[in-house]
Design a protein around this ligand. Structure first.
Ligand code: ADP
Ligand code: MG
Length: 362
């Protein structure tokens, strides 16, 4: 028998006020794996997490932990028996307990019986000398690390985290995300992390489940989700996108950037070619030579610089395209700040273009 997944969510739905806020969500998470439920606010992420935790009940569907049913149409194992750790944005520590007592709170025998484990866990987040300190003596980031360690102390086999870093300021956040991730990996915990921030999902997840209106619309490794979006909205969730419009005829679509293969789109169908700003190329070699076609990048189209801004790591240039007046955005590494009104030839990286039916925004 193959080992069952640590956590298995099978076709969960949750009905509220006449609609399904979760509509057929299925997921598995293995030990040592971080899966991110990523999606806009209100799409049903927290509801899904609460159902897994057992603090809410699904309308239909099943949840299994290590192959054992913890919830289905008839059974509902109480939260405390599911072996699940929880971490939320408002993670309040007990103010009247020391850091050590906070961490030992869920352990049999309290701090006295578990001092070694508590000190070891705190040491792993660089708080080994804070056992006797009180929460108010710690910074926000340090309190967050204590909360993480408190949730991990009873060795939950599954950790559910709901936007756990959103209360922290930007500078702290990356560091705490990284520390959290390494600790969770060391403990071999199966993690289901909820976030609405694509950067957080990209940074933390082994697998991203992109959620929209109660459904998972795409699932995969961060690299493949980013590079092979299922639709325009999935592409646009991760970055600014540019849209080049056209009509498909004979499985081909002509655009000012050349001809694109558009198989599967019926004759006359409006299509959108989606490309991220970093994949629009400014073709310096071609300046003055006109729109020559190249095999890899097709034809160049001319844009007039509308605005150029330095963003730190890169520069963002907005072009008004000569052919139809639409705005396209390009990012280029480092400093490149052409003057407003400068005409430049642009090409699209063909391997980074995605063709979708127009108006189908998911
Ligand atoms: P997310 O975490 O993705 O922001 P939620 O899971 O919190 O989304 O909510 C999804 C939808 O379900 C929202 O429209 C919310 O208003 C609705 N909802 C959540 N809990 C309840 C409830 N107890 N009663 C009615 N509607 C709810
Ligand atoms: Mg939520």
């Amino acid at each position: 028998m193959p080992t069952p997944p640590r956590l298995e969510i099978l076709s969960i739905t949750r009905h509220f006020d006449g609609r399904d806020v979760v509509a057929g969500v299925s997921l598995t998470v293995a030990p040592g794996q971080v899966t991110c439920l990523l999606g806009p606010s209100g799409c049903g992420k927290s509801t899904t997490l609460r159902i897994v935790a057992g603090v809410d009940r699904q309308t239909t569907g099943r949840i299994l932990v290590d192959g054992r049913v913890v919830a289905d149409e008839t059974r509902h194992m109480p939260p405390e028996r599911r072996g699940i750790g929880l971490m939320f944005q408002d993670f309040a520590l007990f103010p009247h307990l020391s850091v050590g007592e906070n961490v030992a709170f869920g352990l049999h025998g309290g701090l006295r019986a578990n001092r070694a484990r508590v000190v070891e866990l705190l040491a792993r987040v660089d708080l080994g000398s804070f056992v006797e300190a009180y929460p108010h003596q710690l910074s926000g980031g340090e309190q967050q690390r204590v909360a993480l360690v408190r949730a991990l102390a009873p060795r939950p086999s599954i950790m559910l985290m709901d936007e756990p870093f959103s209360g922290l300021d930007n500078r702290l956040r990356d560091d705490i995300r990284d520390r959290t991730l390494s600790l969770l990996k060391e403990e071999n915990t199966a993690v289901l992390l909820v976030t609405h921030e694509p950067d957080e999902a990209m940074r933390m997840a082994d697998e991203i489940a992109l959620m929209r209106a109660g459904r998972i619309v795409q699932q995969g490794a961060p690299y493949s989700i980013y590079n092979n979006p299922v639709d325009r909205a999935a592409a646009g969730f991760f970055s600014d996108i540019n849209i080049v419009k056209g009509f498909s005829r004979g499985a081909l679509t002509d655009t000012p950037f050349g001809r694109f293969l558009t198989p599967g789109h019926p004759d006359g169908a409006a299509v959108e070619i989606v490309i991220r700003p970093q994949h629009l190329r400014i073709d310096f070699d071609r300046q003055g030579r006109g729109p020559l076609a190249t095999p890899s990048d097709g034809v160049a189209a001319r844009g007039i610089v509308e605005r150029a801004r330095f963003m730190g790591r890169e520069s963002l240039i907005e072009f008004r395209m000569e052919h139809d007046g639409t705005i396209l955005k390009a990012t280029v590494p480092a400093v490149f700040l052409p003057k407003r009104g400068t005409a430049l030839w642009l090409t699209l990286r063909r391997d980074r273009c995605h063709v979708f039916p127009a108006g189908c925004q998911g």
